[in-house]
Design a protein around this ligand. Structure first.
Ligand code: MLT
Length: 249
């Protein structure tokens, strides 16, 4: 059983979190009204227990759709940040009928390069020996701009610190093994909103611009003054874009 926050009523949005975070990375998005927020913690993150063993991005996508099934939700807007975006693109390939809209936040469609994949395997070895702290220390400076308020930095660290070694290792393996989703983009038949922090160095604006061109009905929103974790660094701007998008669905 996954821990899931389920609040509000209206068009359902399934929020899929990034790495190494939890559904709490979307706590500011709960201010968006007129929607049902379904916010699961992936296994081994936040308050969800690890599942034991390896995971795949397709496996995470099936777990997310199972959460819709538990709630009797047939179709939802899928919103994914970074690794969550990889998962939403897998859902768009495996179960396209379940999506009535798609929000891709600071993410990309391409698979890992061989170098990135080797880096993930090295990180798994590090977590085995030293736990999750070195991963958090290396990711944190890339999540926010140096101008982000100190309390936001503290909160992001706190959210990351709820990640378990098992969850982190499973997600690293899943991301390393993920398929390239380029071919999926042209098949997406629902409205798509793409959001990118202008200062995102992990999935830079060029990634978002490329995806926008490859998807039939996509609109791109740049978020000024945000790095990778735009939902937490510039929540008001992100929420405005999302509320506008969802009201048009
Ligand atoms: C994330 O924010 O989910 C990760 O940076 C994604 C990745 O490492 O590819």
């Amino acid at each position: 059983m996954l821990n899931v926050t389920d609040l509000g009523s209206g068009t359902p949005i399934l929020w899929v979190h990034g790495f190494p975070l939890s559904s709490s990375m979307y706590e500011n998005q709960l201010a968006i009204r007129g929607v049902e927020h379904v916010m699961p913690d992936l296994p081994g993150f936040g308050q969800s227990r690890p599942q034991g063993g390896g995971m795949t991005i397709d496996g995470y996508a099936r777990l997310m759709v199972a959460e819709l099934d538990h709630r009797g939700i047939d179709r939802a807007v899928f919103a994914g940040f970074s690794m969550g975006g990889y998962i939403c693109l897998a859902a768009a390939r495996l179960m396209p009928r379940r999506l009535c809209g798609l929000i891709l936040i600071d993410t990309k469609e391409t698979a890992d390069t061989e170098e990135a994949r080797q880096g993930r395997y090295a990180s798994i070895e590090k977590v085995k020996k030293e736990g999750v702290q070195p991963i958090i220390d290396s990711m944190l400076p890339k999540m926010l701009t140096s101008d982000a308020p100190p309390e936001t930095k503290v909160r992001v660290r706190e959210i990351m610190s709820s990640s378990t070694p098992e969850g982190v290792m499973a997600a690293l393996g899943a991301m390393a093994g993920r398929a390239d989703s380029s071919a999926v983009l042209a098949t997406i038949a629902v409205p798509v909103l793409i959001i990118v922090g202008e200062e995102d160095s992990i999935t830079p604006p060029a990634d978002a611009e490329r995806m926008t061109k490859m998807i039939p009905a996509a609109r791109l929103a740049h978020i000024a003054g945000a790095a990778h974790l735009s939902t937490m660094e510039k929540p008001e701007q992100v929420n405005l874009e999302i509320a506008k998008f969802v009201s048009g669905i």
